[in-house]
Design a binder for this molecule. Structure first.
Ligand SMILES: *Cc1c(COP(=O)(O)O)cnc(C)c1O
Length: 241
């Protein structure tokens, strides 16, 4: 953290700094309760709908991981800000016609949930680039009306095998969103179980991307290694059309 050395932080930077402190305190407290080290947890700030200047402010505050969920917005921000100072995470539902674009700027994709995506991502990722880090998004929602993407638990292993074989991809682990209106503890403890089963076969797949602003504590309790935090850092998002 080097933001205290910024000579003239603007009001928004100070606001982000305070909100980040608060998030870090929540993570630290949850880690203490769970007997974990905060060093084992990465806070990824989800900057969707917020301007590139907010990403720059976050960088000045020491953030090194930012996430976006729409290709067009992500591509523009990555182009403006570059890849030197942050890692770009893509967390949105991925359409096949966006794969070529996402494979250019993303360091990590959290939302791979079907075999055709694995093939096209592998094909699209340039051999000149580092392997694309990939998480399998798991659908933990029993109510299919609120489906927000994700593979079924029964599909995880075959997807993982396929990703592990792909030359331009690197299997990192699992991602999930807690189903709306139900107990995040139940969802995240099941995700951890799936992660243990996955690591029996693919020991390198260590990451568990779980937890958003509302359920940071539950995710930490259940072994999350990566939290995807938006509104708790940036404030509430404008309503999308
Ligand atoms: C928007 C988003 C987040 C962040 O949500 P907040 O509730 O604002 O923290 C996390 N994960 C995904 C997949 C998202 O789309």
């Amino acid at each position: 953290m080097n933001y205290y050395s910024l000579s003239h932080p603007d009001a928004r930077t100070l606001e982000l700094s305070q909100r980040l402190d608060h998030v870090n305190q929540r993570v630290a407290r949850a880690c203490q309760t769970a007997g974990r080290s905060p060093d084992d947890i990465t806070v990824i700030v989800v900057t969707k709908t917020f301007p590139p200047d907010d990403v720059r402010r976050l960088i000045s505050l020491g953030i090194r991981d930012v996430a976006e969920n729409r290709d067009q917005e992500a591509a523009q921000k990555a182009e403006l800000i570059g890849k030197e100072s942050v890692r770009w995470h893509f967390v949105g539902q991925l359409q096949r016609n966006k794969v070529n674009s996402v494979a250019r700027y993303a360091n990590v994709i959290h939302s791979v949930d079907r075999a055709p995506l694995v093939r096209s991502l592998d094909h699209a990722r340039s051999q000149q680039q580092a392997p694309l880090q990939v998480l399998i998004q798991v659908d933990l929602d029993e109510d299919k009306k609120t489906h927000r993407g994700g593979a079924l638990a029964t599909e995880v292993m075959s997807l993982a095998d396929q990703i592990a074989k792909a030359h331009s991809l690197q299997l990192q682990g699992l991602m999930a969103v807690a189903p709306r209106g139900s107990d995040p503890d139940a969802a995240f403890s099941y995700l951890r179980l799936l992660s243990e089963q996955l690591r029996d076969v693919h020991p390198q797949a260590q990451w568990i991307s779980a937890g958003m602003s509302a359920d940071i504590e539950s995710a930490v309790t259940h072994g999350a290694t990566h939290l995807r935090v938006g509104s708790a850092v940036l404030g509430s998002r404008p309503v999308l059309q």
